[in-house]
Design a protein around this ligand. Structure first.
Ligand code: NAI
Length: 327
């Protein structure tokens, strides 16, 4: 049988953690033949550490055959020791009416410390997924704080936006979500993201032709996908946790195990593709193989798409400028 791999998860006692850990331990992320050791990080606060103990008791009580070990940590350097995967969820979540910008500086602190810790102690091949918001900028901070690790190891979660877009498209066209190919989301994980179905097919049919409604795209589809997180907070009184955890599983599984040519969306550091400046962590269409992702290149960008890409890039650039002094 396979040697266990180490999976670090931060914010492990939070609501996304609660929807995520059991699925990792059951083999849904890395495969039903891959044992895992969970290295869980929470803040030192007594309440958080107690909550983490409770989650660990439940993980134990699931008796997952693939769960080869569970560790509880209160500092990043011990939590990230030799880790092969790091899912950075812990952050200050957005409450009702709270601006993203307010979160920037509070979170910059966290991701500088965690980037440095990964740099020092993680596996040199560690795959890092940042979920905690603002996810792209937090991934950028962690990457910049880890100069000894390959920059392509740092990614941000755009997969929830991608999955949200897929579900809206399936509902609009009457097709099946599983039958969607070649969908992507460009840019920042924020309402400025640009979900782009120009190349997409659903059950073999061209999505743009099937919908044939640019006004719906601009005035209904993009705002619905972009503001879905806020709509869920308004409805549930809590941010989207189960769907976020599901997207994290999808992102890591596809990165680790490959997509067989299928496009998925990942927030990854640009190398200048599509005119996005180097190092900006941007949502791109990718395929993955052998643990590496590759941007789908050469797609035509029309005027409307360019306008949207410029808008989300502008927001990301401003976020990055807002944290530069901390790096
Ligand atoms: P939560 O508040 O329920 O849990 C966060 C947990 O992180 C708490 O237990 C807290 O103690 C812990 N934490 C805070 N700072 C930490 C640190 N420095 N080290 C370790 N743990 C730390 O929040 P929830 O709902 O689980 O969301 C977590 C984050 O995920 C938020 O930033 C939220 O905005 C973001 N999110 C991102 C999505 C995406 O698509 N990228 C989707 C949904 C949420």
């Amino acid at each position: 049988s396979k040697k266990p791999v180490r999976v670090a998860v931060t914010g492990a006692a939070g609501q996304i953690g609660y929807a995520l850990l059991f699925r990792i331990a059951s083999g849904e992320m890395l495969g039903k033949d891959q044992p895992v050791i969970l290295q869980l990080l929470e803040i030192p606060d007594e309440k958080a550490q107690n909550a983490l103990k409770g989650v660990i008791m439940e993980l134990e009580d699931c008796a997952f055959p693939l769960l080869a070990g569970i560790e509880a940590h209160s500092d990043a350097e011990s939590a990230f020791k030799n880790t092969d995967y790091a899912i950075l969820v812990g952050a200050r979540p957005r409450g009702p009416g709270m601006e993203r910008k307010d979160l920037l500086s509070a979170n910059a602190q966290i991701f500088t410390v965690q980037g440095k810790a990964l740099n020092k102690v993680a596996s040199r091949n560690v795959k890092v997924l940042v979920v905690g918001n603002p996810a792209n900028t937090n991934a950028y901070i962690a990457m910049k704080s880890a100069p000894d690790l390959p920059r392509e190891n740092f990614t941000a979660m755009l997969r929830l936006d991608h999955n949200r877009a897929a579900s809206q498209i399936a509902a609009k066209t009457g097709g099946t979500v599983g039958g969607i190919e070649k969908l992507t989301v460009w840019g920042n994980h924020s309402p400025t993201m640009y979900a782009d179905y120009r190349f997409a097919t659903i059950d073999g049919k061209n999505v743009k032709e099937a919908i044939n409604d640019d006004v719906w795209n601009r005035d209904t589809f993009l705002p619905t996908v972009g503001k879905r997180g806020a709509a869920i907070i308004a409805a549930r009184g809590l941010s989207s946790a189960a769907s976020a955890a599901n997207a994290a599983i999808d992102h890591m599984r596809d990165w680790a195990l490959g997509t067989n040519g299928k496009w998925v969306t990942m927030g990854i550091p640009s190398n200048g593709e599509y005119g996005i400046p180097k190092d900006v962590i941007f949502g791109f269409p990718v395929t993955t193989e052998n643990g590496k992702y590759k941007i789908v290149e050469g797609l035509p960008i029309d005027a409307f798409s360019q306008e949207r890409i410029d808008l989300t890039l502008k927001e990301l650039t401003e976020e990055q400028d807002g944290v530069k002094h901390l790096l």
